[in-house]
Design a protein around this ligand. Sequence first.
Ligand SMILES: Cc1cc2nc3c(=O)[nH]c(=O)nc-3n(C[C@H](O)[C@H](O)[C@H](O)COP(=O)(O)OP(=O)(O)OC[C@H]3O[C@@H](n4cnc5c(N)ncnc54)[C@H](O)[C@@H]3O)c2cc1C
Length: 466
Amino acid sequence: MSEILIVGGGLSGAALAAALLERSRPGSAVRIIEPRPELGRGLAYSSPLPGHLLNAEAYRFSLQPDDPDHFLRWLARHVAAGSWPEAPADLRNAYVPRAIMGLYAQQVLAQAAARAAERGAIVEHVQRDAVDLSLPEQGRALLTLADGQVLAGDAVVLATGLFPAVPALQDDARPDLPRRILQDPWDPAAIAALPKDGAVAMVGSGLSMVDAVVSLEQTGHRGPIHVISRHGQMAHPRRAAPAGPDALKDETAESLVRLLRKVRRLCWVELVKGGDWQSIVDPIRPHIARLWSEASDEVRGRFVRHLRPWWESHHHRSPPESGALVASLRAAGRLSVRAAAIHVVRQAVDGRVAIELRERHASEPAVLHVDGLINSSGIEYDWTRIRRALPRNLLRRGHVRPGPIGLGIDADAGGAVIGCSGKPSDRLFALGPPLRGLWWESTAVPDIVAQARALADRLAGTVAWI
Ligand SMILES: Cc1cc2nc3c(=O)[nH]c(=O)nc-3n(C[C@H](O)[C@H](O)[C@H](O)COP(=O)(O)OP(=O)(O)OC[C@H]3O[C@@H](n4cnc5c(N)ncnc54)[C@H](O)[C@@H]3O)c2cc1C
């Protein structure tokens, strides 16, 4: 009997488990270690709020790589059953609530599990946190859970997903400040508890901020919102723009300046023609993994330092409905954006939160008083900064090492983790967001689906999957 342990039961863990189960034989077992009560949801698809939407049209979200309309057919049945009464007529181009995507991922896994069970293979959800891993020279990998239980596996896959960035906003010496500082922008109960007419500040202006604005609005907040970010670049709303010329098809990663000039020029040409710059940005996406893997660390570093805010705001665009909400709040004067760096967060004499910040190009710092502060600064990709037991222990034991330019963890192109030995492991693998440093874009559903399939093929071929 062979056994594969998947750490993390979000979309990556569920997609990989489903792909493995499709390749399973009698006696094979997949165990998914995931503390959340439900599999398939993870951070992105656990939100119950109907306003938290997928950031692209429904037709892009099939979890079956050979069947691009799989999600659309599932969605049509879901709507026909009356489970999404607000669904628009054009499902193909609909922006679906993320909670529905989570349900779809669960059902894909449940169907794969049912087919595998007929062949005598099993999948089990172990509702625990994994905290440590031992890779003895001989024999199976040993995964320690938070309750001290140890699971043995022929292979362990890190599908640990996204770790929210936790900037140092909280002053531990001020016990009543934490109530007003929300580190988790996806906690609707904490957001609902903020004073309804109070002023709220958000640190970060990307998609996490957009989600937090939707949460505030849907829980009845009517006060002013101050968005603070270093560059003040807001996520643009996605529009249905026809695909334009393929700007980077024959390009190499040698000169970032040349690539940027070319893309900018094509955007201007498009705008002058009365078109949309989004027509130029979308065709770039399929070339990102190739260009990133060709690029030297120096070029990658320059991209992150100088172009990342631009890439994040122009590529990681918001669903149109959420974008329209942010725009309407801005137009009404309720939401303002400040390009500024935060110096200190402290408690003011009136009990509110005082944020000392320095706006770009300002000579003097300013102080902003708010009733709540939401951390919407996005995702932490540097594993050395993640304060969770498993990443720490994996780094400490040398089972993993930081990925290119310190992003995520190192691995070969097929997801075999490379630790301090410098060699790809034959028992430890990873997929999805931990491979950020390898591919730059390694978090969107299509990236994860492709990686899950390739990794399932690899594991089915290398681990005794019988
Ligand atoms: C709010 C949000 C919205 C998004 N929207 C979209 C979208 O619209 N379209 C799109 O393509 N992509 C979107 N993404 C990208 C998203 O990352 C992927 O689509 C996908 O959900 C990633 O899944 P994952 O399983 O790798 O990560 P996660 O969803 O982060 O799941 C990882 C899971 O691992 C578990 N875990 C972590 N460490 C341990 C441990 N030590 N032991 C046990 N379990 C552990 C966690 O509990 C978690 O449930 C979004 C991301 C976020 C955060």
